[in-house]
Design a protein around this ligand. Structure first.
Ligand SMILES: [Zn+2]
Ligand SMILES: [Zn+2]
Length: 258
């Protein structure tokens, strides 16, 4: 799953969070300093947007006001550091299949350095459960629903989203249920993954190589088998650390080099 020079830009960390999402720490400026310290040319903050999510364990996304402040801070940092490193304001769109219109309005209502597409919350009986959470209560609920069913809906909805939305990158494609035991993809999942990759080629959407996976499971998100398929189709790749603290900016990027 290694990349040759030119296949991926390892001088840019394109997926970095801030304290505004309520589960990251550190000042934005500290993330920029950390990016400089590891020799990056560009850092793109990619903060969480969610539409219509009903989750009572605390919001993991920004409010409209927080987004205004966040974008202002990105601009200030870009001006301050611009000669040494580029600082971009991006957004990590959390998919809600019921919220496509609201998502579209949000994307179009601002100018973004990068629009990433993720899918965090699985809906059941009007409630949302976080597919990327390590909380035992979430893990148990997914086991009760059935991993296969959860993943089938995840990949089918992602396929609709890459067709319906204008995004630049698909983030951590195989990260859902990452903390559940015994998760395996079945033929239907692989079929949907192939359809998603084909649509991404058509729309020139890049595949994110999310290096947080090295910390969670010793391999990036997505895993090698998906990256192989993407490489065979000629997809574009971008790298992102998914840092939720300054010291994680650019983490494990060296493991992506051939
Ligand atoms: Zn996050
Ligand atoms: Zn993220």
């Amino acid at each position: 799953m290694l990349f040759t020079k030119g296949e991926i830009d390892l001088g840019c960390d394109g997926h970095v969070h801030t304290k505004f999402c309520h589960h990251a720490t550190g000042e934005m400026e500290e993330y920029v300093e950390a990016a400089l310290a590891c020799g990056l040319r560009e850092i793109i903050f990619l903060e969480h947007f969610e539409a219509g999510i009903n989750y009572d364990m605390g919001a993991t996304w920004l409010t409209a006001d927080e987004f205004v402040f966040y974008q202002g801070e990105c601009r200030r940092l870009d001006q301050k550091y611009g000669e040494r490193i580029r600082v971009g304001a991006g957004v990590e769109i959390g998919l809600n299949p019921q919220g496509l219109a609201e998502i579209r309005d949000f994307i179009n209502g601002h100018s973004w350095a990068r629009v990433g597409l993720s899918y965090h919350y699985f809906e059941e009986d009007g409630e949302h459960i976080n597919m990327l959470s390590r909380r035992q209560e979430n893990i148990k609920r997914f086991a009760a629903i059935g991993h296969e069913k959860v993943l089938t809906r995840y990949f089918s909805d992602m396929l609709v989203a890459v067709k319906e939305l204008q995004v630049d990158v698909v983030c951590h494609l195989d990260a859902p249920l990452r903390y559940s035991q015994g998760v395996e993809f079945v033929a239907e999942h692989w079929y949907l993954i192939d359809e998603i990759l084909a649509e991404m080629v058509r729309k020139k959407i890049a595949l994110e190589i999310n290096t947080s996976g090295f910390a969670v499971r010793g391999e990036s998100f997505p895993a090698e088998a998906i990256i192989d398929r993407a490489q065979r189709r000629g997809l574009m790749f971008v790298a992102g650390s998914d840092a939720h603290r300054p010291q994680d900016v650019g983490r494990f990027f060296d493991r992506l080099k051939r």
